[in-house]
Design a protein around this ligand. Structure first.
Ligand code: GLU
Length: 279
């Protein structure tokens, strides 16, 4: 064998070995490691709802997700948390990246074309967040000429385009934390999304931001699942009913809204998960 042939053969073996290792590693990262676990999509940047805090996950959505997972037979260390930004939720379920999503995810007919929902497990309302010292915005009727921020792929942005398109300027961001930053720095006059999300941001702002408190929609938070999995929806709904009945739902709400001045609208909360709803 010539030296060059031997070199080529060795090089080939090294490459093959490297490939095998890479395959094993990627399988471990996105396949084998996940066996026997449940993958749940949540927000990572919404204080009080879904928030990543030095490697742990906290918030109301996280508590509801843990409760459901437990009823489905998964311990907390059998949960794989994945970030599910507003715009990516349908695709994540369609691609099979996650088994369920609890990410302040409103049940809508439009979304039901792509995914199914269990729930609802909470009802919020779209509201406005402004700088503490700004007295000019006290409800949706004061939005004429204002600059708003909301999130791409959210019902909040869709509602602005539907109801206030002619009078406001809308800036869209990937997450509400970015919108809050834009509000601090004066790039926009208000952030708009669900009141419970805004309450968490206001509280995190240490008094610099305030929620207006005039909700103008109803947002029914569902558990997003793969389209058509009615059996899974029924199991999740049973877990939600249990959570409400045994007091865990109430505890989760009060724990996660502590110090925010937020109370859920009792006309709609706690909701009744739709039994037999066309999931
Ligand atoms: N609940 C609304 C939605 O599903 C707004 C909150 C969010 O973007 O997660 O779009």
């Amino acid at each position: 064998m010539t030296l060059s042939k031997r070199f080529k053969r060795t090089a080939g073996r090294i490459i093959a070995a490297a490939c095998a290792l890479a395959c094993t590693m990627s399988l471990a990262a996105c396949g084998q490691d996940e066996a026997g676990k449940i993958r749940i999509g949540i927000k990572f940047d919404q204080p009080g709802l879904g928030f990543k805090k030095s490697g742990t996950y906290v918030g109301f959505d996280v508590d509801v997700a843990k409760y459901i997972a437990k009823k489905l037979g998964y311990s907390e260390d059998e949960i794989i948390w994945k970030e599910a930004p507003s715009k990516q939720r349908e695709a994540m379920l369609q691609n099979g990246d996650v088994d369920m999503i609890l990410a302040t995810y409103s049940i809508t007919d439009e979304r039901k074309k792509a995914v199914s929902f269990a729930g609802p497990y909470f009802v919020a309302g779209q509201d406005l967040l402004v700088r503490k010292d700004d007295q000019s915005i006290n409800g949706p009727e004061d939005l004429n000429g204002k600059r708003l921020c909301s999130v791409t792929g959210s019902t909040s942005a869709a509602t602005v385009k539907e109801k206030f398109a002619s009078e406001v300027q809308l800036m869209e961001q990937p997450g509400y934390a970015e919108c809050a930053t834009a509000l601090f720095s004066g790039i926009v006059d208000a952030v708009t999304t669900d009141d419970i999300i805004l309450a968490g941001l206001a509280s995190a702002s240490r008094g610099k931001l305030r929620v207006v408190g005039k909700p103008f929609t109803q947002e029914y938070y569902g558990v997003g699942i793969k389209k058509g999995d009615t059996q899974f929806a029924t199991k999740i709904n049973n877990a939600i009913v249990d959570m409400i009945q045994d007091g865990s739902w109430e505890n989760a709400i009060s724990d996660n809204t502590k110090g925010t001045n937020y109370t859920p609208d009792v006309r709609y909360n706690p909701p009744t998960p739709d039994e037999g709803e066309d999931a």
